[in-house]
Design a protein around this ligand. Structure first.
Ligand SMILES: Cc1cc2nc3c(=O)[nH]c(=O)nc-3n(C[C@H](O)[C@H](O)[C@H](O)COP(=O)(O)OP(=O)(O)OC[C@H]3O[C@@H](n4cnc5c(N)ncnc54)[C@H](O)[C@@H]3O)c2cc1C
Length: 263
């Protein structure tokens, strides 16, 4: 690990000032510390958000849940309010990594990192959530810009994410057994303004599938999802699965998600 300095502010305003001055944000360290240990990252100056209490917590605001960026996966998974009103999100958090990762990993860190096989980006995009930052509000459709990249500016911090509560939703992940990330994960949500289907693990980043959204908008059934042909052309192929295998998984996981959403 290269040498670095560590600052631990207790307010978002102080953290934002340090980030604007070039410090790298440390959330739960589940990605950042590992990359520093491997000398893949050399931030020089870290600003640790774990003392900023106002960045953690889950609250209901009208027909949405607003979840602070520093809320740990384990707290999302355990939230009784979420389990009752938005079980797809609590269930997604409950199946991220292992117990240690869930105890430390954060919503903001996961979404800012935008790993192409991460789970939360599928929920953010699938629910049409809004990412609240120290500078603005960014809609999910504008936030994820590609592999490990987002619309965040340098020094811009995620403070919270607002998840609208859908009529129905479910997330189905086919787990890559070594990492527990998604080989393919599909988040399906039926909302007042239509059906959204977000896919993770299959491409260079999370994406919406228009063909599945159109079919499920007409008929929200597993049969309607099964009738959609999934094009494998732009999908990932690696030692874990071919593009054709991932295409089939998108179909299967969507059918399973719709079945689960229908109860
Ligand atoms: C063994 C293992 C298994 C895992 N399995 C899964 C899995 O199954 N599914 C899954 O989705 N994920 C998985 N993860 C990832 C994990 O869930 C974390 O969410 C992810 O590693 C980010 O970690 P973190 O929240 O600790 O953020 P950090 O590692 O502290 O930060 C990650 C990046 O985000 C930036 N950042 C952090 N917070 C903010 C903020 N508020 N605003 C702006 N930028 C910010 C940091 O500067 C850094 O660039 C796994 C990780 C490990 C180590």
């Amino acid at each position: 690990m290269y040498a670095f300095t560590l600052e631990r502010p207790s307010t978002t305003a102080d953290a934002a000032k340090l980030a604007a001055a070039g410090a790298k944000v440390l959330a739960g360290g589940q990605t950042l510390l590992a990359s520093m240990k491997l000398r893949l990252s050399d931030p020089g100056r870290l600003v640790d958000l774990s003392n900023v209490k106002e960045l953690a917590g889950i609250r209901r605001e009208g027909n949405a849940f607003v979840i602070g960026a520093m809320t740990r996966h384990a707290d999302v998974a355990a939230s009784a309010e979420l389990k009752s009103a938005l079980p797809a999100l609590a269930g997604l958090a409950a199946h991220i990594g292992d117990r240690q990762v869930r105890a430390m990993g954060t919503l903001g860190g996961s979404v800012a990192n935008n790993d192409p096989a991460a789970d939360y980006p599928a929920a953010v995009l699938g629910l049409g959530a809004t990412v609240v930052t120290t500078q603005r509000k960014i809609s999910a459709d504008d936030f994820f810009t590609g592999m490990f990249s987002t619309a965040l500016n340098d020094g811009e911090l995620i403070t919270a994410i607002s998840f609208p509560i859908p009529k129905r939703a479910a997330y189905k992940k086919f787990v890559q057994p070594a990492s527990r990330f998604a080989l393919v994960g599909v988040f399906v949500a039926q909302t007042d303004s239509g059906v959204r289907v977000a896919v993770t693990g299959a491409g260079s980043g999370v994406f919406r599938h228009k063909g599945l959204e159109d079919a499920l908008g007409k008929s929200f059934t597993a049969q309607a999802a099964a009738a959609v042909k999934i094009d494998a052309a732009d999908l990932n192929a690696d030692i874990h699965a071919s593009a054709a295998y991932r295409a089939n998984l998108i179909s299967v996981q969507t059918q399973r998600a719709v079945t689960q959403a229908l109860g």
